[in-house]
Design a protein around this ligand. Structure first.
Ligand SMILES: NC(=O)c1ccc[n+]([C@@H]2O[C@H](COP(=O)([O-])OP(=O)(O)OC[C@H]3O[C@@H](n4cnc5c(N)ncnc54)[C@H](OP(=O)(O)O)[C@@H]3O)[C@@H](O)[C@H]2O)c1
Length: 325
């Protein structure tokens, strides 16, 4: 593939703005085109980020021959169809988390990418952040022994608005799919798939979970206690207890942050130089994969994505959350 990779963005909301800011810092990438449902919005976004092409429909972006890869940044409910449409148009895709509304949708997306051999990845950006890689390496080195437990929470107070995506059921609202996915991701990335899951939730008047408490139980007695909420700000930290020490991913654990390691009576806090929101790490990885001609990531694989989708489905079943009316 050519040296500079031409990115396109579909859905110009909050995360698209942060993503575009960080993409400008990636040397072998250019934000070549953006698409909104409203042409005026696309033109304004293009002006702000110095983008040469602005479209007033998503389809035009998918059909632009100069676009190499499309970042899908719409509410969750549209990820499935838009990903399929991009792949059918021969475009590589980086799709926001949660990848899909359920495992069934996720399987269809993965199957099409594999059948067509076109790159597809879930934008689980935490996987690519330096502090997360440090934590994973530290645990895998074995120097602190085995993991005994993991606690992770993610909470913020969201203003209740039945029409906006966080509480709107038809847009895939709720704490689990929006932010609970991060504690779930962390437990999965460190401990794998649990033997058993128990979960309880509080619901908003729109029928989506405003809070979700999850326990993952592993064969060896290890427990992961996970929590997400849209009702209050919580520490948003993660603490991993090991046989010979503790590792704390400081607040907010899912984004670029520091890590504290406590062992042998010593406490050390490690900081990482990240001069961005942190989204450049996932895009750099996608660029690398595309240049190598890969159809899937070797760090956050499509099987990893399917595992997380399966875990989210199990949690939804436990709390009685069903998106199909
Ligand atoms: N990785 C992260 O750190 C992170 C952070 C926040 C959110 N996210 C994920 O990114 C996705 C978007 O989140 P966001 O916070 O950016 O949402 P947002 O601000 O509401 O923006 C979503 C965009 O999607 C488009 N859209 C298409 N159909 C829509 C509809 N029926 N209603 C509303 N918007 C529609 C709109 O773009 P146009 O008007 O331009 O078409 C809208 O601006 C979600 O899946 C979320 O989970 C990820």
């Amino acid at each position: 593939m050519k040296k500079t990779i031409n990115w396109g963005i579909i859905g110009l909301g909050k995360i698209a703005n942060k993503f575009a800011t960080d993409l400008a810092k990636v040397p072998d990438a250019q934000l070549y085109a953006v698409a909104s449902r409203e042409r005026k919005k696309a033109l304004d976004f293009a002006k702000k980020f110095d983008v040469q092409t602005a479209y007033g429909t998503y389809e035009q972006l998918m059909q632009d021959e100069l676009v190499d890869v499309i970042y899908i940044a719409t509410p969750h409910v549209f990820h499935h169809k838009l990903t399929l449409d991009c792949l059918k148009n021969g475009k590589a895709v980086l799709c926001e988390k949660p990848f899909a509304m359920n495992l069934e949708e996720a399987i269809q997306m993965v199957d099409l990418s594999r059948e067509k051999h076109i790159f597809l990845m879930e934008a689980l950006w935490t996987r690519f952040l330096p502090h997360f890689k440090f934590v994973r390496n530290k645990i895998q080195s074995g120097e602190l022994g085995s993991v005994l437990s993991l606690n992770a929470d993610f909470g913020f107070k969201a203003e209740f608005d039945r029409n906006k995506r966080l509480f709107n059921k038809s847009l895939g609202g709720g704490s689990l799919l929006d932010i609970g996915i991060y504690p779930v991701f962390l437990a999965y990335a460190i401990l794998g798939k649990p033997e058993e899951i128990s979960a309880t939730a509080e619901f908003s008047e729109t029928g989506v979970d405003s809070s979700c408490t999850m326990n993952f139980i592993y064969e060896n007695g290890v427990i992961a206690n996970l929590f997400s909420t849209l009702l209050e700000k919580t520490g948003t930290t993660a603490e991993i207890e090991l046989e010979k020490g503790n590792i704390i991913l400081n607040s907010r654990f899912h984004e670029p942050t520091s890590v504290t390691v406590v062992s042998n009576g010593k406490k050390e806090t490690i900081t990482f130089d990240v001069n961005s929101n942190g989204y450049n790490f996932e895009t750099e990885h996608v660029n690398e994969m595309l240049k190598e001609g890969k159809a899937e990531s070797d760090l956050w694989t499509l099987d990893n994505t399917l595992d997380v989708a399966e875990l989210l489905d199990k949690i939804k079943r436990e709390i009685g959350l069903e998106y199909r009316e």
